[in-house]
Design a protein around this ligand. Structure first.
Ligand code: GAF
Length: 376
């Protein structure tokens, strides 16, 4: 087993963690200044860290052989590749922002599947950032760490992601979903305890091979920005649901029209979901999940057959609602089900996947967990 001592020869000075997430609703709305509603997962990235005096960061992963080293002074976008680009990006952005971080030995451990759309990239950036700051005993507001992690992913790693995943990893609290208004940069913790109501939120990794994920994400983002420019608004958040038809009539491109319809209707669904959850009507949120999936499938066009079959099968097995979650083109679905029907629903999806010749899906516990923290 890889331990900090076996890799670096000393005990760590401290241990920090940052979780992955699933988004309940509000997909591809974050970069449109919209609304999102993620929960943090119990699955997380753990970074054990010890300070070193020579300005070098050495990173090892318990899942891989070898140690990758880089000098803080030599960091610039693209200078470190592969998985170490994430810890390097975290170090780079903290230095760029003027935080007094120093060299460090870092061991990364994870029980968060990567490539499953559960935001392992944001969790790795956030866990590294809190470890590097923690080693220097520098306190930084969690939302500011989230913004820095996003900047690292955008500018160092080169992925044009929004701010949802980093905020979920930093700012979620146990037992709650994070209602995050990107335009206002405001958050509200919404109590979310399906078990108390006899419900289960199934999270199912459909194990679909990711196809063209990066380019497709960037293309969706570009479509939204182009449409906002044509409509003369800073972001699609500015289009109120009652003005949607008029806005669509002003767009000549059918693809852009459908992208806009998804974003505007999805932002409204987030508001409706939060209203229902606040009123203690969690069961009634189910149809909003299902409507979100249809919109992501038909208008935003980011589902794949595995996601559609999983959602359709969950609904046929009696789920109250189901949808893909995350960036799309693979990853996970969520399904809100009566707890008594949870095993049956998952079994039905396994059977349908076998019949379609898809890979075997897996399920995860979706206990709403806390954002990043120091463990030891
Ligand atoms: C990915 C991105 F990283 C998020 O910012 C968000 O846009 C999401 O896809 C879609 O809602 O996880």
């Amino acid at each position: 087993m890889t331990t900090f001592e076996t890799v670096f020869g000393t005990a760590p000075d401290g241990v920090w963690r940052a979780p992955g997430r699933v988004n309940l609703i509000g997909e591809h709305t974050d970069y449109n200044d919209g609304l999102v509603l993620p929960i943090a997962l119990p699955n997380q990235i753990v970074v054990s860290a010890a300070a070193r005096a020579d300005g070098v960061v050495a990173v090892a992963s318990s899942g891989q052989d070898g140690v990758i080293e880089f000098s803080l002074d030599a960091l610039e976008p693209g200078s470190v590749g592969d998985w170490a680009a994430y810890p390097a990006g975290a170090a780079w952005v903290l230095r760029e922002a003027g935080y007094p971080i120093g060299g460090a030995n870092l061991l990364v451990d994870s029980d968060l599947p990567s490539g499953a759309g559960l935001s392992s990239s944001a969790a790795l950036l956030c866990a590294t950032a809190v470890a590097l700051l923690g080693l220097q005993e520098v306190e930084v507001d969690p939302a500011e760490v989230a913004r820095l992690a996003q900047r690292a992913e955008n500018s160092y790693v080169g992925a044009p992601v929004g701010l949802m995943d980093q905020m979920a990893s930093m700012c979620c609290t146990a037992g709650h979903a994070l209602y995050f208004d990107i335009r206002a940069m405001s958050t509200d913790q919404i109590p979310f305890d399906p078990e108390a109501e006899g419900l289960t939120l199934l999270v199912i990794d459909v194990k679909a091979p990711h196809r063209h994920v990066d380019g497709e994400y960037a293309a969706r983002r570009k479509s939204c920005e182009q449409a906002a420019a044509v409509l003369g608004v800073p972001a699609l958040r500015s289009i109120a649901p009652e003005d949607l038809d008029a806005a669509l009539a002003r767009l000549s491109d059918d693809v852009d029209r459908r992208r806009v319809r998804h974003v505007v209707t999805e932002i409204r669904r987030v508001e409706q979901a939060v209203e229902l959850m606040r009123a203690g009507r969690l069961r009634d949120v189910g149809p909003l999940f299902t409507a979100s999936h249809a919109s992501l499938r038909d208008d935003f066009e980011i589902t794949v057959p595995e996601l559609d079959v999983a959602v359709d099968t969950a609904l046929a097995a009696g789920a109250l609602g189901a949808r893909m979650t995350g960036g799309g083109f693979g990853g996970c679905i969520i399904a809100l089900v009566e707890t008594a029907a949870a095993d049956r629903t998952f079994a039905a999806i396994e059977k349908a996947f076998a019949e379609h010749g898809f890979r075997t899906p897996t399920s995860l516990a979706a206990t709403p967990s806390a954002g990043a923290s120091r463990l030891a």
